[in-house]
Design a protein around this ligand. Structure first.
Ligand code: PRP
Ligand code: URA
Length: 211
């Protein structure tokens, strides 16, 4: 995809785990574990540009200079429900991150997002927001969630998903060129019901065992 703000995160471990996430034979328990693991691996890539500052410490041997993170504090924001499945994996790498929540679901007929909940940390100026959702399909939910974050004062936002459709990348990247969009896979297309092909099915249902 030809957008400067779209980043396909490529890694053999991610590709391998994504295959089992896609497979319909994968159990609910394994699905959740794999989603967490891929989220953690992606967090490694997404935090690559975080700034560092030098501090002086004393090891048991001598005094030395070493680096610590110096930028904004992180706020993770899962889009409910399916985004919840990626939170624990990312928190393993960034345990101090605050966690906000945006409740959105896609109306089955119109495919438009319907909002039902919004709660994020209030110090929006000082936070790097990482919005998470396994699926970027039409892009309606992600674009609406970014709109809501910006309206609440967020200045720095990244979006992270497991699987993106070209239609969703187009919508999100063009409506929010200042937001970096990370995906572990870019799939072929959407089907007539707005599901990603080949995709993984309904992420929320597979995570929570609903149907
Ligand atoms: C899914 C998914 C995204 C949205 C993507 O959620 O988790 O939030 O659809 O579709 P879009 O890009 O076309 O907006 P869903 O609406 O099924 O809600 P759920 O997470 O509560 O199951
Ligand atoms: N939401 C999902 O959970 N899966 C899709 O393929 C599209 C939207």
């Amino acid at each position: 995809m030809n957008f400067d703000n779209f980043i396909l995160v490529k890694h053999p471990l991610i590709s391998h785990k994504l295959t089992f996430i896609r497979d319909e034979k994968t159990s609910k328990k394994e699905f959740k574990e794999l989603v967490d693991e891929v989220a953690m691996l992606m967090a490694y890539e997404i935090t690559r540009d975080f700034p560092l500052e030098e501090v002086t410490i004393k090891t048991p041997i001598c005094e030395t200079k070493s680096n610590i993170l110096s930028g904004k504090k992180v706020a993770l924001v899962p889009i409910l429900r399916a985004g919840l499945g990626m939170v624990d994996g990312i928190l393993k790498l960034i345990p101090s991150a605050r966690v906000g929540h945006i409740g959105l679901y896609r109306d089955e007929k119109t495919l438009k997002p319907v909002s039902y909940y919004f709660k994020i940390p209030s110090d929006t100026d000082n936070r790097e927001f990482i919005l998470i959702d396994p699926m970027l399909a039409t892009g309606g939910s992600a674009s609406a969630a970014v709109d809501m974050l910006k309206k609440a004062g967020a200045k720095s936002i990244k979006f992270m998903c497991l699987i993106a459709a070209p239609e969703g990348v187009e919508k999100l990247c063009s409506s929010h060129p200042d937001v970096k969009v990370y995906a572990a896979a870019l799939d072929e297309k959407l089907n007539e019901k707005g599901y990603i092909v080949p995709g993984l099915g309904d992420a929320g249902d597979r995570l929570f065992g609903t149907k």
